[in-house]
Design a binder for this molecule. Structure first.
Ligand code: ADP
Ligand code: ZN
Length: 433
């Protein structure tokens, strides 16, 4: 789709792309060293940009971590004078202080460009009516899509999150053809539409640009069926720029990294050593061309792998596989590593269950961790009189074989778990420490 009109930057031969990346990293190192910024003066002391001769040499550069951002809260890592900063965002910061990021006018241009390329990859045209149901505000999702859709020239409906019945009404009344939201909020929209008697699949809705939280393959298919759209997955994080870091194309073969601006590596999260292409580990990203808030080798804590083979769509960028979860989301249950996304994947394959679940961690009498999965049974399952015990047993068995671990399953009534407007809260930790 749209291959003929690809931006030449999206078709750069790999060798040229890698040379460009390296040149940009080198220029960034020099700029940071010359900036007079205290953090970088120390961090990059004695480092010679000219020592970066191949991609392998990236490993010589120190990492930047979330802790570095926190320690320099709020503005310590901004390297341009405040008069050049035109926007400040902050991520939710579930623990402690939020993470603060800043943009110059050129940074905002770069941001809208990378998000816009993803809209083009999803076949968006200026004829489209686009409902942006990402939250507006400090969170980068809302304003990130807002700027890109506006620059692209589709008709933007800036609903933000919430007031779901009105979202559904506007989708129908305005003939909305494309929308953006988190995966969990798009399910909330689907549910409210069903309750209001609006049949989303029969509307002109065609494309959904969903991201900001993990979405299993099964969840993606579920959303596509319930809403009648093709889902184009979006990945990003505010530290790097917001949405637009990587996004899916029509070939459904992972998410294209915007490598001319963001340099990606995958490392072993324990040792910090780079892993060979194709191996699963922690994603590390550099954003060397950003003016106000460049980052070198930022440890995202997101677990994924990079697929390097060329994509059939014609873009030469490497692709990120679906994010498995954050390294700090990983549950270690009686010695077994489990990601919430694995539980989601297993649950969604079980007929009779709804895609609404919570993972409750507790402590057993013998002080071992225990996991209980609370999941909604569908109304039809209840109507079919499959005994609750049989459905629970079937679910337990499925999870046991998928995870290699016995977990309790508790069926709850359809509609009883909290619904999400932004990022869903999947894990409730009630462990006694
Ligand atoms: P916060 O840390 O407050 O959630 P952000 O809003 O910047 O801050 O969220 C970025 C994070 O959201 C990413 O590091 C990643 O964990 C998650 N994320 C974003 N897009 C996706 C996606 N497509 N799949 C899985 N996780 C995603
Ligand atoms: Zn592609």
């Amino acid at each position: 789709m749209g291959e003929a009109c690809l931006d030449p930057a999206e078709r750069l031969p790999r060798v040229e792309l890698e040379a460009l990346q390296l040149a940009r990293i080198r220029a960034c190192v020099e700029r940071l060293q010359a900036s007079g910024n205290g953090f970088y003066r120390e961090r990059l002391a004695g480092f010679r940009a000219s020592d970066l001769r191949s991609r392998k040499d990236l490993a010589r550069l120190p990492f930047t971590t979330k802790a570095d951002l926190r320690d320099n809260y709020p503005f310590g890592l901004i390297v341009t004078p405040m008069r050049e900063v035109v926007r400040i965002h902050a991520s939710s910061g579930t623990t402690g202080k939020p993470t603060v990021v800043a943009y110059t006018a050129r940074d905002l241009d770069l941001w809208s460009e990378v998000v816009m390329r993803g809209l083009v990859a999803g076949g968006l045209t200026p004829e489209d009516v686009f409902q942006n149901a990402f939250g507006y505000g400090l969170f980068t999702g809302g304003l990130g899509f807002h700027a890109a859709v506006t620059r692209f020239g589709a008709a933007l409906v800036p609903t933000s999150v919430g007031n779901t019945a009105r979202q559904v009404m506007l989708m129908r009344d305005f003939g909305v053809t494309a929308f953006s939201a988190t995966p969990s909020y798009s399910l909330t929209i689907a549910e409210v539409a069903a309750a209001e008697g609006v049949d989303l699949p029969s509307l002109p809705l065609r494309a959904a640009f969903l991201g900001a939280e993990p979405m299993s393959e099964a969840m993606q298919r579920e959303i596509e069926a319930r809403i009648g759209v093709t889902v184009y997955e979006q990945y990003g994080l505010s530290e790097i720029i917001g949405p637009g870091v990587a996004w899916g194309c029509s070939r459904r073969a992972g998410m294209h990294l915007q490598e001319d601006y963001f340099v990606a590596e995958v490392i072993d999260p324990q040792s910090g050593d780079p892993l060979p292409e194709g191996e699963i580990g922690e994603l590390v990203l550099s954003a060397p061309t950003k003016e106000a808030f460049p980052l070198l080798r930022y440890r995202t804590r997101d677990r994924t792998r990079i697929l390097g083979e060329p994509c059939a769509c014609g873009r030469t960028s490497a692709r990120l596989e679906r994010i498995l979860g954050r390294t700090d989301d990983m549950l270690i249950i009686r010695g077994v590593n489990v990601f919430p996304s694995q539980i989601e994947h297993a649950l969604l394959g079980i007929p009779g269950l709804e895609p609404h679940y919570q993972i409750v961690l507790g402590t057993r009498a013998d002080r071992q961790d225990d996991v209980r999965v609370r999941v909604e049974a569908s109304v039809t399952a209840a109507a079919e009189h499959e005994s609750r015990a049989a459905l629970e047993a079937r679910s337990r068995e499925r999870l046991r074989s998928a995870l290699g671990l016995a977990v309790e399953v508790e069926l709850v009534a359809s509609g009883s778990l909290p619904r999400s407007e932004g990022k869903a809260v999947r894990v409730i930790d009630q462990r006694r420490r």
